[in-house]
Each structure stands twice: as C-alpha cells, then as structure tokens.
Design a binder for this molecule. Structure first.
Ligand code: GLU
Length: 287
C-alpha cells in the first residue's frame, strides 16, 4: 500500500503552490487506496514558528484534505538526526566547515542545482568542530556506496548524481539536521513509499538516494510534480505578493472549490503550471 506525505516548513504561510503540492500527495494516496501523512518540518531555528504550523492544519482542512494518523513534527525527532549524523561521522564521511555563504560564493568554481557548488575548502583541513556546519564528503560517500539508481514516476529511472550538488551540509551551524538529512530519515521512519514534492527539489533526491544507501534505509519511489509559477516563470512566493491560503480562507473563499480548480488545472489569472524538464536550476533553498 502506498504512503505519501506533505511536509511543509512553518517559516511562512502556505500559498497556492503548497496547496497544489498537498493535493497531489493526498490524491495519489487516495486514488491508490494508500495513506497520506502530514509532517511539519520545523527545525529551521527562529524561522520556524508554531503559529504557521497551526494555520497549516486549518488550511488543509479548508481545502478538504484529510491526513492519516498523528501530525509528525521534526522538532520532536532531533535524537534520530543526531544518531544518524554520528554514524556518518564514524564512517569518516562528514567534515566540519566554517565557511560563510559569501566565502563559498567567492570560491565556488561551478554552480549546481542548489547554487554555488561548495569547492571543498574545509575538506581535509583541521577546522575546529565547535560551531561548525558538517558537510558530507560526497566523493568518498559515492565511492563507498557504488553506483545508485532511483525512480521518479514521471521522469523515469535516474542515475544518482549527488556530486552535482557538491558536499551538502547535513548538520547546520547551531541548528539540528539540515533538510537533506532530516527529510531522508523521516521518510524512512514514516514508511513513505512515494515521495511527492515539487520539481524544484528534483536534485535533492540524488542526495537523498545516497544517504539512504549509506544509512541502510528503504528506497521509495519519487513523484516530482510540476510547479505553479508566476508570469516571469518563477515559483510562487508570498514575498512576491501571491496571496496566502490563510488570507484566502479568512476572506471567505471556498477552499474545496479552490482545490477542485487546482485539480482541473483551472488556475487563477497570471499563474501557470510549469511542466518543464527535471531541472532545478535557480532553486533558492538554503542548505
Ligand atoms: N519542507 C520542504 C519544503 O517546504 C518540503 C520538502 C519535501 O517535500 O521533501 O519545501
């Protein structure tokens, strides 16, 4: 039986793009007699706010989406992330890094799907671990894991290329696990068999496939769906004025009717569904 999830980060309100993502995950589960879980990815330090997470539950109910079981909160799972990071450290695959974003941008020799590719400045250097971020030595990890493949329901079988993203951060400076580590561990812990998320996270799945191999985790199938975009082709974002779901809810809009329109591709004026290539260039995601 399939199991999908919607995993929003409570660092801002949900907008139409999130509604679309939640509907895709929910409807795939329901259409195949499976279950649909809700997980709140609330480990982003001060940017994570409980009040946003509370609104998310109301937003989903308003859209007519019901989830199965208890809501999962990443903030309650920190011990799992720390234990996995310790295992990777013991395998010699993590190294501390004190580089700032500006230093990385200045030193990077290439740009990958998540921005400037970390040029490995701190790899093999004697860096004080205190207050450092910990990065995955991707070349060493790939050598250990051997060639890996993964399957996207839409794009087909993929050769895992975590090297395109470079040595990603797995433990963030002063914060618990990064998105990559936490999401991979949680999908395994939650028994997710079909990871549904936007095409903008396609490249992350290469990294997650590698982590699954290193940590002996089950391998799901992925479903990277199209993104709702603004007329300039950029992802919807609250900061560019796209109304949030709670604005719409409070204004008395009918959430179930909105969900039906999104299902039928009947989109508000100026918004399009970008069904382009599996190409995540320009993602503005923090590691
Ligand atoms: N928390 C992530 C986000 O809001 C979701 C990532 C995922 O679905 O894997 O973009």
């Amino acid at each position: 039986m399939i199991r999908t999830r919607f995993a929003p980060s409570p660092n801002g309100p949900l907008h139409l793009g999130h509604a679309y993502a939640a509907i895709v995950a929910h409807d795939l589960a329901r259409a195949r007699g499976g279950s649909f879980l809700l997980r709140i990815e609330d480990i982003d330090g001060e940017r994570s706010r409980p009040q946003f997470a509370e609104e998310f539950l109301h937003d989903l109910e308003w859209l007519g989406l019901s989830w199965d079981g208890e809501v999962g909160y990443q903030s309650q799972r920190l011990a799992d992330y720390a234990a996995a990071a310790e295992r990777l450290k013991a395998m010699g695959l993590l190294y501390p890094c004190t580089c700032t974003r500006a230093e990385i941008a200045a030193a990077a020799r290439s740009t990958g799907p998540e921005g400037p590719v970390y040029p490995g400045t701190c790899r093999g250097r004697d860096v004080p671990a205190d207050g450092a971020a910990w990065r995955l030595d991707v070349a060493a990890a790939m050598a250990l894991a051997g060639p890996l493949v993964w399957t996207d329901e839409i794009a087909g079988e993929q050769q895992a290329r975590p090297d395109l993203t470079g040595d990603v951060v797995l433990l963030r400076k002063g914060l618990p696990a990064s998105y990559h580590l936490a999401a991979t561990l949680d999908d395994a812990r939650d028994g997710i068999t079909l990871v549904t998320r936007g095409m903008d996270l396609f490249s992350a799945s290469h990294v997650h496939r590698l982590l699954q191999a290193l940590l002996g985790l089950p391998v799901p199938v992925w479903h990277h769906h199209a993104l709702l975009v603004e007329p300039d082709g950029r992802k919807l974002a609250k900061r560019r004025g796209s109304p949030s779901l709670d604005d719409r809810r409070r204004a008395g809009e009918d959430g179930k009717a909105l969900a039906q329109s999104l299902r039928h591709g009947d989109l508000p004026a100026g918004i399009a569904l970008e069904t382009g290539q599996a190409d995540a260039q320009g993602v503005d995601r923090a590691p």
